[in-house]
Design a protein around this ligand. Structure first.
Ligand SMILES: *Cc1c(COP(=O)(O)O)cnc(C)c1O
Length: 228
């Protein structure tokens, strides 16, 4: 990390993404940097917006509702992604705030999204969260249940499913999980791959990530009591 200035760290992460894309013979425009602003307040986010970044990720609906309406009024073109769990009683609020929901992880949530869509609410772009490590404490669809869940969401409910998202187990080689996510997406005809965080976004780009979710490499470390 070259500096403690947010805008400079943003530029550094962007250049690292560019280099990883070039090394993988990919077009850097095909990799979206989702800047993860959870736990950071509007005053800390504003310099990143001023530096030109528009795509951000938050993992709590209420926290996003407290920070983003005002920031969206001040900066054009914000693209806000939900990267944390979504309770069905917060779906309506989430649809008002988010342009993309990366954590579609169960049938009940799919039904709730379809219900709002049927009531006339535009549906954001969706990613299905896959529990690639099959960790009991982690959200997401198990790999062997994924094909049926994609069919259910995309074909039965006609939801706008763009891709897959994963959070690999902390103690395993992330590349194995990135490769698995990619093969699951390919066999389901999905083009979006949200994978890679501060520690491993370069690897994720090599494995075909279309969205990398980077927080602490840009904003600095978060308080230890906020693991989500
Ligand atoms: C917090 C979070 C990130 C960003 O993590 P960093 O290690 O700070 O880059 C990415 N994805 C999800 C789902 C997160 O909750």
């Amino acid at each position: 990390m070259p500096t403690n200035n947010g805008a400079a760290r943003l530029a550094y992460v962007r250049s690292e993404i560019d280099q990883a894309a070039v090394a993988a013979a990919r077009n850097t425009d095909d990799v979206q940097l989702v800047c993860v602003s959870k736990t950071f307040d509007a005053a800390e986010i504003a310099p990143i917006l001023q530096a030109g970044q528009r795509c951000f990720g938050e993992n709590r609906v209420q926290e996003a509702a407290d920070k983003w309406p005002d920031l969206k009024a001040r900066y054009d073109g914000v693209d806000l992604h939900l990267i944390g769990p979504l309770q069905t009683n917060k779906v309506r609020k989430a649809l008002e705030l988010f342009d993309c929901i990366q954590t579609l992880d169960r049938e009940k949530l799919a039904h709730a999204l379809a219900r709002e869509r049927d009531a006339g609410q535009p549906c954001p772009i969706l990613f299905i969260q896959v529990n690639t490590g099959e960790e009991p404490q982690k959200a997401g669809i198990a790999p062997d249940a994924l094909d049926a869940f994609v069919t259910f969401c995309r074909d039965d409910l006609a939801l706008p499913v763009r891709g897959l998202m994963c959070i690999p187990p902390v103690d395993e080689e992330p590349a194995l999980h990135f490769a698995l996510l990619r093969s699951l997406a390919e066999r389901n005809g999905l083009s979006g791959l949200s994978m890679g965080m501060s520690a491993d976004y370069r690897t994720a780009v090599r494995f075909g990530a279309t969205h990398v979710r980077v927080g602490s490499a840009i904003f600095g470390s978060r308080p230890a009591l906020n693991p989500a």
